[in-house]
Design a protein around this ligand. Structure first.
Ligand code: PEP
Ligand code: MN
Length: 356
């Protein structure tokens, strides 16, 4: 599976593919003013929600079909392509009638393979770029599966959008970024460009710049940012939208990183350090194997004494002491905690798997 769409075809000289625009198209004036102001800065496509997937009914659910004309007119006035979220074949049909340039499938829709298949079938034979946001949960296969459904239907201009994942834990984010998932996506599906939607990750404007920068540091191909002419009055996602001027500042402050350099000294220097890292990694693996063997020895005694593999007090003690030792060596508590969670789970698995 691959995408025929090259980011360079979309960006006309910019370094990165930039989509900006309101969460929702609200009125002819709102979208025209937003587009006119946005056109003063680098922007490659203007977004605007027409049918809004709201968590609960009764809130603003988008202006519907009328908004498509307002959005397209605004884009045409500034000569910038426009993009809209679609969730049903009827949405696709209406967008095509209004010459919308790029469509996107939202996170809630990607979550449901039936819905994605219905959209893929409706898109058969239609040559329009499609962006697919990640599903609500951090499930890389479900995300890739959506692309496979589209690709099998003959849709080849594909872009992935990372917008974070919902979480049962309370965090500073509206949707936790869980960068591991888009990184795994990119490793598996190398040729599909991937952009980041910091607005829906953050849910507010304070972290926007740092998340956008993180995406650049991780070599994302672009950004989708929610921009409203008057964010305070926005009918949806008011807390996370910024003004066109703030967007201009955000883009200006972005440092776009490159994935490689031709500088031979650079490779010589990091080559030596990488060799050292290879050695350290081999030691880590040896030590992990040694630790697992010790665990298995304990497993034999547990079995003999009919004692559970899981020992809550010992686990507590390990976490406390290892995070403390880690902190002394400037390793974050969270990092050591997560590493030991994996080690502990594997120890238990190995003890459980021991032959009778
Ligand atoms: C949106 O982009 O306005 C939107 C609803 O996004 P998501 O599907 O990421 O929630
Ligand atoms: Mn939104």
């Amino acid at each position: 599976m691959k995408s025929d769409l090259k980011i360079k075809d979309l960006i006309k000289g910019n370094k990165t593919f930039l989509i900006a625009g309101p969460c929702s198209v609200e009125s002819e004036e709102q979208i025209m003013r937003t587009a006119t102001e946005l056109a003063k800065y680098e922007v490659n496509a203007i977004r605007g929600g027409i049918w809004k997937p709201r968590t609960r009914p009764g809130s603003f659910e988008g202006v519907g079909g009328d908004g498509l004309k307002w959005l397209k007119d605004a884009g045409s006035a500034v000569n910038i392509p426009v993009t809209v979220e679609v969730a049903t074949p009827e949405h696709i049909e209406e967008c095509l009638k209004h010459d919308i340039d790029i469509l996107w499938i939202g996170a809630r829709t990607t979550t449901n393979p039936f819905s994605v298949q219905i959209l893929a079938d409706a898109l058969k034979g239609i040559d329009i770029p499609i962006m697919v946001k990640n599903p609500m949960s951090p499930d890389v296969d479900l995300w890739i599966g959506a692309f496979e459904r589209l690709y099998n239907a003959g849709v080849t201009k594909l872009i992935a959008v990372h917008r974070g994942f919902s979480s049962h834990k309370k965090t500073v984010y509206r949707n936790v970024p869980n960068w591991r998932i888009p990184i795994e996506f990119r490793r598996t599906v190398k040729s599909i460009p991937i952009i980041c939607d910091p607005s829906h990750i953050c849910g507010n404007t304070t972290l926007l710049q740092s998340i956008a920068q993180e995406a650049m540091d991780l070599l994302f191909d672009g950004l989708m940012i929610e921009v409203h002419i008057n964010p305070k009055e926005a009918l949806s996602d008011a807390k996370q939208q910024i003004t066109p001027q703030e967007y201009g500042t955000l883009i200006e402050n972005l440092h776009v990183k490159k994935p490689y350099t031709d500088d031979e000294d650079f490779f010589k220097l990091i080559g030596e350090i990488r060799q050292e890292i290879d050695g350290v990694d081999n030691n880590i693996i040896d030590l992990l194997a040694k630790r697992m063997n010790l665990s298995k020895q304990i497993g034999t005694f547990k079995k003999g004494a009919n004692v559970s593999h899981y020992q809550p007090d010992r686990w507590n003690e390990i976490i406390k002491s290892r995070t403390k030792t880690g902190a002394e060596k400037h390793l974050s508590e969270d990092f050591i905690y997560r590493v030991y969670q994996y080690i502990h789970e594997e120890s238990i698995r190995q003890q459980e798997d021991m032959p009778e």
